[in-house]
Design a binder for this molecule. Structure first.
Ligand code: G3P
Length: 219
C-alpha cells in the first residue's frame, strides 16, 4: 500500500520522506493557495521543488476545464518532471483529456470522484489513479469507505489497471480501513500517518524498559 502526502508544504513533505514512509505527493489548487503559492512561475517552481524531495509520483492539478486547454496545461505540467502526474477533474472534458494523456503515455490522476460510476469511467479511459474523496463523503453522511469497496470490486471484476487512490483521508482509521479493503494508495495529512505509530502501551512500555535499565545500572 502506497502512502502519498496530501499537501504542498515542503517541510511536511521532507519530514514524511525522511521517515521513510513516503511514496508520493498529491496537491490541489486549494493546498497550493494554503501555502501562499500563487502566480504561474511560483507554482511551476514549487512543483519542481516537490519533485526534488520525493522519489514518487507528484500530482499537479490542471486549472483548465476545457479539453483543449487541459491538453496544453497538462502537457506543460508533465514536461516539468518525469514524476509529475497530471490531475484532471471528473468532468466530460476531463474524461476526454485523460484518454488523450493515457494514449500519449502521460500519467493521470482523476480527481473529485464521489461515485462508483465516475470511477468506472476514469478506468475506461485509462487513468493511472482514481481519487475518491472519502472524507468529503463522510462529511455528508455517506460512507466513503463503502465507495472504496465498490470501486475495488468493479476494478477486480474487469482487471482495470487504474490504481485506487483513497483521497480526503482525515485520520488513522481511514488509513487502516483502506488497507483492509485493499486501496492501492492513500493520500492524507502527515498527522494521520504519524498517528498510526502512536500507542500508549508502547510509550509506557518504553518508559518502563528505560527505567529498569537505569535501575539495574546503579546496582
Ligand atoms: O486529495 C483530495 C484532498 O485534498 C481533499 O481533502 O480534506 O480537503 O477533503 P479534504
Amino acid at each position: 500500500m502506497k502512502f502519498f502526502i496530501d499537501t504542498a508544504n515542503l517541510a511536511q513533505i521532507k519530514e514524511a520522506h525522511e521517515m521513510g514512509i513516503l511514496d508520493g505527493v498529491t496537491t490541489n489548487p486549494s493546498l497550493m493557495a494554503k501555502e501562499g503559492i500563487t502566480g504561474h512561475e511560483n507554482i511551476i517552481n514549487h512543483y519542481k521543488a516537490i519533485c526534488e524531495i520525493t522519489d514518487g509520483d507528484v500530482s499537479a492539478e490542471v486549472i483548465a476545464t476545457t479539453f483543449d486547454e487541459m491538453i496544453v496545461e497538462g502537457e506543460a505540467l508533465a514536461s516539468l518532471h518525469e514524476r509529475i502526474v497530471v490531475k484532471v477533474p471528473m468532468i466530460k472534458d476531463g474524461i476526454k483529456a485523460i484518454r488523450y494523456f493515457s494514449q500519449k503515455g502521460i500519467k493521470t490522476n482523476c480527481t473529485l470522484v464521489f461515485s462508483a460510476g465516475q470511477a468506472l469511467l476514469a478506468a475506461k479511459v485509462g487513468a493511472t489513479y482514481v481519487s475518491p474523496f472519502i472524507g468529503r463523503l463522510d462529511d455528508v453522511s455517506t460512507d466513503g469507505l463503502r465507495l472504496i469497496e465498490d470501486i475495488n470490486l468493479i476494478y477486480d471484476n474487469y482487471g482495470f489497471q487504474t490504481q485506487i487512490l483513497a483521497a480526503s483521508v482525515r485520520h488513522p482509521m481511514h488509513i487502516i480501513n483502506c488497507a483492509k479493503i485493499g486501496a492501492d494508495v492513500i493520500t492524507g495529512p502527515l498527522s494521520a500517518m504519524a498517528a498510526l505509530m502512536k500507542h500508549p502501551l508502547t510509550d509506557n512500555g518504553l518508559a518502563q524498559f528505560l527505567a529498569d535499565h537505569a535501575k539495574a545500572a546503579v546496582v
